[in-house]
Design a protein around this ligand. Structure first.
Ligand code: BT5
Length: 311
């Protein structure tokens, strides 16, 4: 998406009524003919743009796509949309290597979606597959906080879509009271000892997907009876992620998490840790009270054990 297109979308989305061609040309710093060309491109992308005596006004927005996501998006990312990609994280990585930043790569479906540890992420049409490329001025050790922030953002988007979602450490978004998975987060980065070079936060969320198109016990916003609006969902994830103050992330995560207080078994690179999950510490490590004292786990797969509470 060009800068001009994004500015046109922002100008139209932010207006109360029609905006005249000359006003748009002025704001965008382009000719009126260039504005007209961009409006035509929006129409070709499925926007209903009315042009009356007072100027241009958007009457309706397409269900999904780059322009649809950018329209009204309250976050400073350039949106790049593809109907289909192997993996939005891989495409974002290519963009990172080219030097880009502050970019949101979205695909309508993925043919090679990835989870953690090279597991497959089922990515049928109807899901939200989005990778955010940023370059935070942080040491690599702080990166897990971004994964937690994304999990908080996705959980809130699910709740806004009327599905009662919760977080399982570190990055699974489940339907409350179940192990049914709605979404996951895959964070990848490149960095030097003291500074992240680039960071990609990839979100996969089952939004407008039938449960039969998903593996195992996975579920979707649609299957749970929620509002399956991919455009809104994607926008809200990005806006919430962007709007979270780093200091707010851990408290918000604790607030949304179901793992704390639960009996857990965590498969870590260094072996199995079993006990009661008692806290999450900065920048995202799980503290487990085991028979041999407290253990702090930085990475792994967490299983909630029964009974849910109290041991
Ligand atoms: C995750 O991995 O939960 C992270 C998933 C991140 C996917 C996004 S999509 C956009 C971006 N581009 C990518 O290529 N990836 C990111 P993990 O915790 O490892 O969970 C993977 C496991 O979840 C699999 O082994 C399955 O058991 C299960 N699973 C696979 N597809 C699923 C789906 N669509 N919904 C729920 N569970 C799924």
């Amino acid at each position: 998406m060009t800068d001009t297109r994004r500015r046109l979308l922002d100008a139209l989305a932010g207006a109360d009524g029609p905006v005249s061609g000359p006003t748009l040309a002025d704001r965008l710093g382009v000719s009126r003919a260039a504005v007209w060309k961009q409006v035509e491109a929006l129409r070709a992308a499925g926007f209903d743009v009315e042009s009356g005596a007072d100027g241009y006004a958007v009457r309706s927005v397409p269900d999904y796509g780059g322009d649809a996501i950018a329209y009204g998006l309250d976050a400073p990312y350039a949106v790049e949309y593809h109907d289909r990609l192997p993996s939005t994280n891989d495409r974002a990585r290519e963009r990172a290597v080219e030097g880009a930043t502050d970019r949101l790569v979205v695909a309508g479906e993925q043919t090679g979606g990835r989870g953690r540890l090279d597991r497959a992420w089922a990515s049928p049409p109807g899901g939200v597959y989005a990778s955010l490329l940023v370059r935070p001025d942080r040491p690599p050790a702080h990166v897990p906080i971004f994964t937690l922030a994304a999990a908080v953002a996705v959980t809130r988007a699910c709740r806004e879509a009327e599905v009662d979602a919760v977080i399982k450490w570190p990055n699974d978004v489940l339907v409350a009271g179940s192990e049914r998975k709605l979404a996951g987060v895959l964070t990848e980065m490149e960095g030097e000892a003291d500074r992240v070079s680039w960071l990609i936060v990839g979100v996969g969320a089952n939004v407008d997907v039938a449960a039969s198109d998903l593996p195992g016990t996975a579920t979707s916003v649609r299957a749970e009876g929620g509002v399956a609006d991919r455009r809104r969902f994607c926008q809200r994830v990005v806006e919430t992620f962007h709007g979270l103050d780093p200091d707010e992330v851990l408290p918000a995560w604790r607030d949304h998490a179901v793992t704390l207080g639960r009996a857990v078994r965590v498969e870590t690179p260094g072996g199995t840790v079993e006990g009661k999950a008692v806290d999450v510490e900065s920048p995202g490590a799980l503290v487990v009270r085991t028979d041999d004292g407290e253990r702090t786990v930085h990475a792994g797969d967490c299983e909630h054990l029964r009974p849910a509470d109290g041991n």
